[in-house]
Design a protein. Structure first.
Ligand code: HEC
Ligand code: HEC
Length: 423
C-alpha cells in the first residue's frame, strides 16, 4: 500500500515535471515540418535585399548617405539650434530615446520607434501617415514640438557653404536665380518663417519643396544603412534547419525554445508579428490604454486621412519617378482601423523600453500581461484575444523575445555624429 502511494507520488511529480518541461513531454528543440517552415520565415536569412524606392533615386548613393548622416545629427534644422533627429533617435539606444513620449522643443504625442530595419516598411509612423522614408524625414523638421523649424530654414542651410557642394553633387545645381535672392532678402526681414513662406509665389514654393524633399531623400539614404543584426534566434533557426540539435541546444535554452513555441503556437503572436522583421506591416487595434490625461489615439484612421492629402506622398510632384502608387490605390480602409497602430518589429526590443505607441508599458512583462488579459479597447475594438497563460509561460515568452536582440549590422561610423567624431 505504502509503495503504491509512494509510486503515485513519484508519478505525479514526474507528470508535473513533464508539464513544466513542455506540456505534452516533447523535446523543446524538436520541431514539426510546418513549424520549421515557420521558423525559417521568421529568420533574418529570409529578409531579402532592400529594394530601391523609385521615388528616391538617391537611395543607394554613397554621397547622399554621407550627407544624410550629417543631416541626421544636424541641429541647425531646428528652431533652437539644439534638436536633431538623434535627439530622439539615439544610436546607442537602438535609435530610440528611452522615454515614454518623446521631447523635442515640446512634448511629442507618441513613443519614438527604433529606426533599425525601418527602411523595409511600406508605412511610417505608428499610424502610417507617411508612405516613404524620405517624406517621413521632412515631418519632424516642421513639427512644432520636435525640430520646430521650417523648410525655408532648411533650404537656406543647403545654400550655405557647409552643404552646397555636396547637395549639388548629389541632386544637381541649386536653382540660383529664382530662389536665393528672394529668400535672402526675406531672411533679413522681421517676418517669421510662415509669413516669409506665404510671401513666395507658386513657382518659388515648388522649388523650395523640391530642395526640401531632396533633404529628406539624403536622410532616407542614410537610414537605409541601419540594418538589423543576426540574433541568437537566427542562429538557432540555422541550427534547426541543419538538424544540428547539439548546436540548437547550445544556442537557445529549453525555457527560451518553449517561449518560441508559444509565440508561434498557443499565443498566436505570429498572427501579426510575422516575417523576418516580426511585423506584417499592417494596422491593428490591440487595446492599449491612453496615457492619463491624453485623449484616445485614433491611430490609422487619422493617419490615413493625413496621408491621402500629403503633398509629399507617392502621388505628389516630388517623386523622382512616377509610380503606380498601388499602396495608396488599394489602401485598406474601414472602421476596424480606429485606434489601430502599425505592428512594430520585435527585433529592437533590447534597451528600447518603454513600449507601446505612447510608452504605456515600462517593460516586456507589462506588454505580456496586457496580452494575457486583453481587456476591451477604449477606442475601437481590441483584436487580441485573452491568452490566459500561466505566469511561467509568460516568462518563457519574455525569455524568447530576448533572444531576438542583436546590435545592428552597420559600420561604426554610421552610428557616430560626424560633427564631433571624425571617421
Ligand atoms: C522630438 C523627438 C523626435 C525627433 C527630433 C525626431 N523624431 Fe522621429 N519619431 C519620433 C516619434 C515620437 C515618432 C513616432 C511618432 C508617431 O508615430 O506619431 C517618430 C517616428 C519616426 C520614424 C518612423 C518609424 C516607424 O517605425 O514608423 C522615422 C523613420 C523617424 N522618426 C525618423 C526621424 C528623422 C529622420 C528625424 C530627423 C529629421 C526625426 N525622426 C526626428 C520622435 C522624434
Ligand atoms: C492583432 C495583432 C497582434 C497580435 C496578435 C500581437 N501583437 Fe504585439 N503588437 C501589435 C501592435 C499593433 C502593437 C503596437 C500597439 C500599440 O502601441 O498601440 C504591438 C506591440 C507589441 C510590443 C511592443 C513593441 C514596442 O516596440 O513597443 C510587443 C513586445 C509585442 N507586441 C509582442 C507581442 C507578443 C509576444 C504577442 C503574442 C502574445 C503579440 N505581440 C501579439 C500587434 C499584435
Amino acid at each position: 500500500m505504502q509503495l503504491l502511494v509512494r509510486g503515485s507520488i513519484v508519478c505525479l511529480a514526474l507528470a508535473l515535471l513533464l508539464v513544466i518541461a513542455g506540456c505534452d513531454g516533447h523535446d523543446a528543440h524538436e520541431w514539426e515540418e510546418m513549424e520549421r517552415l515557420e521558423l525559417e520565415s521568421l529568420s533574418l536569412a529570409a529578409l531579402g535585399p532592400l529594394p530601391l524606392n523609385p521615388t528616391n533615386l538617391a537611395g543607394n548613393n554613397e554621397l547622399a548617405q554621407e550627407m544624410g548622416r550629417r543631416l541626421f545629427f544636424e541641429t541647425r534644422m531646428s528652431a533652437n539650434d539644439a534638436v536633431s533627429c538623434a535627439t530622439c533617435h539615439q544610436p546607442e539606444r537602438r535609435f530610440t530615446d528611452g522615454i515614454g513620449v518623446s521631447v523635442g522643443l515640446g512634448l511629442a504625442e507618441r513613443n519614438a520607434p527604433s529606426l533599425i530595419g525601418v527602411a523595409y516598411s511600406p508605412w511610417f509612423y505608428w499610424d502610417g501617415r507617411k508612405d516613404s522614408l524620405w517624406a517621413q524625414a521632412l515631418a519632424p523638421i516642421e513639427a512644432v514640438n520636435e525640430h520646430g523649424s521650417h523648410r525655408l530654414q532648411v533650404v537656406l542651410l543647403m545654400y550655405g557653404e557647409d552643404y552646397r557642394s555636396t547637395y549639388e553633387e548629389v541632386f544637381g545645381d541649386l536653382p540660383q536665380a529664382l530662389v536665393i535672392s528672394e529668400l535672402e532678402s526675406l531672411a533679413q526681414s522681421d517676418l517669421d518663417w510662415a509669413q516669409r513662406w506665404s510671401a513666395l509665389g507658386p513657382i518659388e514654393k515648388g522649388l523650395v519643396n523640391q530642395i526640401f524633399s531632396n533633404v529628406g531623400k539624403a536622410i532616407a539614404a542614410y537610414e537605409r544603412l541601419l540594418m538589423p543584426g543576426v540574433s541568437r534566434f537566427d542562429q538557432y533557426v540555422a541550427a534547426i534547419i541543419d538538424d544540428d540539435i547539439k548546436l540548437a541546444n547550445n544556442t537557445m535554452s529549453v525555457h527560451e525554445a518553449e517561449g518560441l513555441r508559444l509565440f508561434i503556437g498557443a499565443a498566436s503572436c505570429t498572427q501579426c508579428h510575422n516575417g523576418p522583421l516580426f511585423t506584417n506591416n499592417a494596422f491593428h487595434n490591440t487595446g492599449l490604454l491612453s496615457v492619463p490625461g491624453a485623449t484616445p489615439d485614433a491611430g490609422r484612421i487619422r493617419g490615413l486621412r493625413e496621408l491621402l492629402v500629403d503633398e509629399f506622398n507617392c502621388r505628389g510632384a516630388y517623386v523622382d519617378t512616377t509610380i503606380e502608387c498601388d499602396e495608396l490605390k488599394f489602401v485598406k480602409t474601414g472602421s476596424e482601423l480606429r485606434g489601430a497602430m502599425r505592428t512594430p518589429s520585435l527585433r529592437n526590443l533590447q534597451g528600447t523600453a518603454p513600449f507601446g505607441h505612447a510608452g504605456q508599458f515600462p517593460d516586456l512583462r507589462a506588454v505580456l500581461d496586457h496580452y494575457n488579459e486583453a481587456l476591451d479597447a477604449m477606442i475601437g475594438h481590441n483584436e487580441a484575444k485573452p491568452l490566459e497563460l500561466w505566469p511561467w509561460q509568460l516568462e518563457q515568452l519574455e525569455a524568447f523575445l530576448e533572444t531576438l536582440a542583436a546590435p545592428p549590422t552597420v559600420a561604426r561610423k554610421w552610428l557616430q555624429d560626424p560633427n564631433t567624431v571624425e571617421p
